[in-house]
Ligand binder design. Structure first.
Ligand code: 5AD
Ligand code: SF4
Length: 448
């Protein structure tokens, strides 16, 4: 009988993707369980981008400590960004943790488990090699831990980041930017398509610089074209794009390749040039607006989303106003907004003129209110339109309805006489706009 592994994942899509790889790596010996009480191995896959996650991770780990009394063979491990950042410290603070594997280290989970079982001593692996080649890990029928077939999937195309935005911990915990070989990416997508996946999201901290450092690699626009040749794959998304590297070539591929979805996540972070400079973002708001103009000229229907940070050190009311003005000028479909928080290792952490918490709160609230109005108007403009939706599942709240996304990445819940359309591309008439999704009526099936 196989042993059981329970993985608790914090953070971004990339972390979720890493968790999936850990499941696959372990699949010879372990099956997944959603109940930590019955696990032989518990892993906490951590993220440290925005919060002070140490506390959260430590308290999460603390919940599992008593389980060791019941099952003395239980192995507890911490992986991901916090493991990378804290390394040995974790073992010092939490002596009941057996394995600590960083953002490259998790690929060696099997070796780490072997070593631990032999030595019974904690195993810590947090080396970050600039020339690290992530191994190719392919999903198939045997190693897929979840019986539920997914219509959409993530594929990490690059690791790490070289940009060093002054607020960001990623370059320190995920290391130098490394693009994966295109052959590996293609093989991974092909394997997913064989498992029934119809839409992939290519992941990287800055996908627009994919391949640029590597001799003989395609650039990102070329990679998109290569992936789009895969038969049976219907849609391709990607995230995240850095505005400074968004090329005209990519915009052209987005406009012309029917498989590439008409959505871009283009983090602005702040609207004032002074703050953008202090953030080391390497563009001005004028440069950014010019990119938006080019995107909208080439792809008028494009959905644009963004990330905003409020309360960066030294952000005045004037600076903040410029961010609000940018929301009104660009008219994003949706935004993700955060209060600035000090992260270890970063340059911003050392800056003076930190913004008080209550000011950050107030600014965040204004951002939310401004955006809610714009999102509502954009969503309402869909009412009465017919859109293509790739059906992902039943609606979260109502199993009598189906749910999918528009090419512009808006969630649509719709009524249908047929509930067996998971994985199909259908036409839906939009009848109502909600706050975070659209409602509609099924019209016809386009592809199945
Ligand atoms: N404080 C607040 N938000 C941050 N982000 C990254 N680092 C910080 C920080 N120190 C946000 C950025 C980024 C997103 C992934 O997280 O907006 O685009
Ligand atoms: Fe962080 Fe900037 Fe790299 Fe994004 S581009 S991961 S914000 S350093």
């Amino acid at each position: 009988m196989k042993k059981r592994v329970y993985i608790k994942t914090f953070g971004c899509q990339m972390n979720e993707n890493d968790t999936e790889k850990i499941y696959i790596l372990l699949s010879d010996e372990y099956e997944a369980t959603s109940n930590p009480e019955e696990a032989d191995l518990i892993l906490i896959n951590t993220c440290s981008v925005r919060e002070k996650p140490q506390h959260k991770v430590y308290s999460e780990a603390g919940r599992y400590k008593p389980l060791k009394k019941k099952n003395p063979d239980l192995i507890i491990g911490i992986t991901g960004c916090v493991a990378q950042q804290e390394g040995e410290n974790i073992i010092k603070k939490l002596p009941y943790v057996d394995i600590v594997l960083g953002t490259q280290g998790f690929y060696f989970i099997k070796e780490a488990l072997e070593t631990f079982k032999k030595t019974k001593k904690p195993v810590v692996f947090t080396e970050l090699k600039p020339d690290f080649k992530p191994p190719l890990i392919l999903k198939d029928d045997k190693n897929s831990v979840f019986t539920d077939r997914k219509v959409t999937a993530f594929v990490t195309i690059m690791q790490g980041c070289d940009n060093f935005c002054s607020y960001c911990i990623v370059p320190y915990v995920r290391g130098k930017e490394i693009s994966r070989p295109p052959e590996d990416i293609l093989k991974e997508v092909e394997a997913l398509v064989k498992m029934g996946v119809r839409e992939v999201t290519l992941l990287g901290q800055n996908v627009n610089s994919y391949g640029l450092k590597e001799k003989g690699y395609p650039d990102f626009a070329e990679l998109l074209e290569m992936v789009s040749q895969i038969e049976g794959l219907w849609r391709i998304r990607f995230t995240t794009s850095h505005p400074k590297d968004l090329s005209e070539k990519l915009i052209k591929v987005m406009a012309e390749n029917p498989k590439v979805c008409k959505h871009i996540h283009l983090p602005l972070q702040a609207g004032s040039n002074k703050i953008l400079k202090k953030m080391n973002r390497k563009y001005t708001k004028e440069d950014y607006l010019e990119k938006i103009r080019k995107l909208r000229t080439a792809i008028p229907e494009i959905g644009i989303t963004t990330d905003i940070i409020v309360g960066f050190p030294g952000e005045t009311e004037e600076d903040f106003k410029e961010t609000v003005e940018m929301l009104e000028k660009v008219r994003y479909q949706e935004i993700f907004s955060f209060k600035y928080s000090d992260r270890p290792f970063t340059l911003a952490q050392k800056l003076n003129n930190k913004i008080p918490e209550e000011v950050k709160e107030r600014r965040l609230k204004i951002i939310h209110e401004t955006q809610a109005k714009i999102t509502k108007e954009i969503y309402e403009s869909y009412v009465g339109k017919e859109v293509e939706v790739l059906v992902e599942d039943y609606s979260a709240k109502n199993k009598e309805k189906l749910m999918g996304r528009t090419t512009t990445n808006i969630i649509v819940n719709f009524n249908t006489p047929r509930l067996d359309l998971k994985g199909a591309l259908v036409k839906v008439l939009i009848t109502e706009a909600g706050k975070h999704s659209l409602k509609g009526e099924y019209l016809k099936t386009l592809k199945i």
